[in-house]
Design a protein around this ligand. Sequence first.
Ligand SMILES: Cc1cc2nc3c(=O)[nH]c(=O)nc-3n(C[C@H](O)[C@H](O)[C@H](O)COP(=O)(O)OP(=O)(O)OC[C@H]3O[C@@H](n4cnc5c(N)ncnc54)[C@H](O)[C@@H]3O)c2cc1C
Length: 489
Amino acid sequence: MQIIVIGSGFGGLSAAIRLQAQGHQVTIVEKRDQPGGRASVYQQDGFTFDAGPTIITAPDLIHELFELSDRKTEDYVTLVPLDPFYNVRFEDGSVFHYNGDQDYLIKQIHQFNPGDVEGYHRFYRASEQVFEKGFPLMTQSFSHFSDMLKVAPDMLQLQSFKSVAGFVNQYIQDERLRQVFSFHPLLIGGNLFQSTSVYAMIHKLEQAFGVWFAMGGTGALVQALARLFQELGGELQLNCEVAEILIDSKTQRATGVALKSGQLLPAEAIVTNADIASTYLDLVPPQFRCKYRDRHLESLRYSMSLFVLYFGTNRRYDQMAHHEILMGPRYREWIVDLFERKHLASDFSLYLHRPTATDPTLAPPGCDAWYALAPVPNLDGPTDWQERTQPYRDAIVQYLEQQYLPDLSQHIVTERVINPLYFRHELNSYKGSAFSVEPTLFQSAWFRPHNRSEDISNLYCVGAGTHPGAGLPGVMSSGKIVATLIGTA
Ligand SMILES: Cc1cc2nc3c(=O)[nH]c(=O)nc-3n(C[C@H](O)[C@H](O)[C@H](O)COP(=O)(O)OP(=O)(O)OC[C@H]3O[C@@H](n4cnc5c(N)ncnc54)[C@H](O)[C@@H]3O)c2cc1C
């Protein structure tokens, strides 16, 4: 079958490789001049900056792609385990070194608050149970309501109606430890006070499979997947933006795509990895949309956006680990600002990426490559990013300099930023959301946009806005689901 995949994010690449390996003839059409989507790369002044994902969990989903065609990941890209997974730093100076060594974690919990050791054991067992039931759901299609009914009893038993914070807080008392074990939904665009507690399985997932990094950066992993796809006979067309999905009005089936250039490409099935809301709003004419009408898409909740400052320093800061979570002075109220009030807060909670801690070749000798990521409201908020970008960048640099990186401003030798406008205009992401549809209970599993379109039967959907959701394990699982759906159609 001739299949077109719109977009080359991890979801698109994963679906394309699987479908090509099944014997279909797959063409990826990508708007930008490089594959990877959010995982694109900036090279400047001798520094290499991964624009997006850096934390690799569930590496088996990557290995599977190579094994499908009797190849080995290590012949294409080197994945290395990280220790610590992250340092979680608090403004009172305390640091939690989060890694996969249970004895070490428990020792640190004891130092933070001896009373929480017993609660952590119970939390870990509960996270394990959620993982055992919840992880297989990530590769299961929720196309029919009956799929949801089958898992509902387990979900109820696992208290999935609780938020991640509510789930963690029943076991842990120390405020800092509560943050250590509950911040993870933020990594996939979730409000931890509202995301279903199924995401509490991330703790077990990390403990079981570790946190990994691709040497050369995540961009090296993207290149490896693109190479694999092309070696299997797939075609990757860059600088090709799809303007419309062509639909036969008699059969209500997609027949191909029209590119912005005016070129028409025929196909028997289409997989869209473009943002799900933009796919329906911009690429599928309204007369073919019964479920995904404008009003329905507008009524969904979309995740927050991000402001990311990429910078290179002409010195190294070896006291900082590869991944640093820098917790600000407020937690719940900061989250309310971000998700509910959509107000750009003046205090920061940041994720700081320092890949040169693991791979010094990403910067000139003696230098560090970095990014500082600040979650910010999506474009539903009133912030004028043309005006706020420079002051916000300055405030981040000042904060990092005062708290963690002495004399930072004197040592920055190259930099660039992205803000919500980048997500809107460069990645075609509705409302400039960084993670698409927010992972709340009623926007998960069957409630989330399906992997097979309800409106057009040979249109399939992968990526962050579809089931199971954002993050590399989520979007790669969506590719697996779609390959199975097409394989058995
Ligand atoms: C800064 C940042 C850091 C992150 N960190 C992590 C992390 O450490 N670990 C993790 O697991 N996840 C992380 N995430 C989340 C993760 O990166 C995303 O959920 C995931 O990469 C999204 O993949 P996707 O398949 O949805 O496709 P996307 O990456 O969204 O790619 C979609 C592609 O479709 C293309 N496209 C859109 N419209 C069209 C069109 N009309 N025609 C042609 N092409 C089109 C776009 O150009 C883009 O290339 C991070 C995200 C960001 C933004």
